[in-house]
Design a protein around this ligand. Structure first.
Ligand code: SF4
Length: 234
């Protein structure tokens, strides 16, 4: 039972195959062929996407992502998100690990929505083909109206969906109010600031909290557990 519980999606897919084999045995060959086609495509694309995701994680500074496509980036954020989405290549499912990484590093949900949507419908090579087959006027009108629609969508998603809806480990405002460093206990070892420099800073050999959205509740719990002076309350 635990095996099934831990692999619910896989189990559901397996049951669907069994269902098709039992109820529509004449279609199972077609289903298997389609599945193999997508598996092959997945194995060709996913390693590259994982590499790209790891490179963003390792080399793109959080400050840069926060500045360009973070929640305070405003119209500049939409502009950069449109460019990122428009020049990106690859199938639609490949964008999710990349955008999750950008989100983890401080991109806002509005800008993530713009990147995802632009990736899906505003690819630059597609625009050239579109103009070639349907004419420049058609292409530019569709492109502009699509961009306006994407920005409206981004704004709506940013208003309606909270970071905690996407990642349950995001620290909520209420939890933020409870987290505190007991200055009297802090021995200034700097461990917390080394592990989570976005959330803790050393000032006069005492840890102080920074207002950052890039640290998860799990991170803070772990740091509080490892603090040698048990100086972090939450
Ligand atoms: S880990 Fe604990 S003792 Fe060390 S600096 Fe941070 S709060 Fe202070």
């Amino acid at each position: 039972m635990t095996l099934i519980k831990n692999n619910k999606t896989l189990f559901l897919a397996f049951m669907l195959y069994v269902g098709v084999a039992l109820l529509l045995p004449h279609r199972i060959g077609e289903v298997m062929d389609n599945s193999l086609y997508y598996f092959k495509e997945l194995f060709e694309v996913i390693p590259l996407i994982l590499l790209l995701t790891a490179m963003i994680d390792a080399w793109v500074p959080q400050e840069l992502i926060g500045d360009k496509i973070g929640s305070d980036a405003g119209l500049k954020g939409y502009f950069f998100s449109l460019i990122i989405g428009s020049v990106s290549a690859g199938p639609i499912y490949a964008e999710f690990p990349v955008t999750k990484m950008l989100y983890k590093k401080g991109a806002s949900l509005s800008n993530i929505t713009v990147i995802l949507s632009a990736w899906a419908v505003v690819k630059l090579p597609m625009l050239i083909n579109e103009a070639k087959f349907l004419g420049f006027n058609y292409m530019i009108t569709r492109w502009l109206t699509t961009i306006i629609a994407i920005m409206i969508m981004g704004t709506i998603v940013g208003r309606l969906v909270k970071r905690t809806d996407v990642d349950k480990n995001t620290i909520t405002d209420d939890q933020k109010d409870l987290i505190a460093v007991n200055e009297a206990y802090c021995i200034g070892c700097g461990l917390c600031a080394r592990i989570a420099p976005d959330y803790f800073e050393m000032v006069d050999k005492k840890a102080v909290l920074l207002n950052s959205e890039k640290v998860t509740l799990i991170d803070v719990k772990e740091i509080a557990k490892r603090c040698p002076a048990k100086a972090i309350n939450m």
